[in-house]
Design a protein around this ligand. Structure first.
Ligand SMILES: [Cu+2]
Length: 128
């Protein structure tokens, strides 16, 4: 009887575990930016309720995300990053949103990009 109970417990535990896991989305999106200030801005914007992990890499421009897909969607996170003024691959910030970006963080400016050793901006790539 005790053994049966433990088996049942194990099955229940596994079921809960897989249900919890299926609610977790791990993904990576490309976000344009220049510096440490951009990193802070991007990560703060992405760190919404339901988001478990954010990490933006200054070199690769990849934003790694782990979030609860029953609480928040990737689109909502992208919208928040756009609202902070940053371009996401496939979803650019509006000119008004970009205008709020700090002067030294003007990642669309070719001169600033060159200073940071960056190539083409996401916005210029998409205009092609
Ligand atoms: Cu910056």
């Amino acid at each position: 009887m005790k053994k049966y109970f433990l088996t049942l417990l194990a099955v229940v535990a596994m079921t809960f575990n897989s249900a919890a896991q299926s609610k977790i989305t791990e993904t990576s999106i490309e976000v344009d930016g220049l510096c440490g200030m951009c990193k802070e801005r991007i990560e703060n914007a992405a760190y919404l309720p339901g988001v478990k992990k954010v990490n933006w890499d200054k070199e690769t421009h990849q934003l790694d995300l782990v979030f609860r897909n029953d609480k928040i969607s990737k689109e909502e996170i992208i919208a928040s990053i756009n609202a902070a003024g940053h371009d996401v691959k496939g979803a650019l910030a509006s000119d008004e949103q970009y205008a709020n970006i700090h002067g030294c963080c003007r990642f669309r400016d070719p001169g600033q990009r060159a200073k940071h050793g960056l190539g083409e901006a996401l916005c210029t790539q998409e205009k092609k």
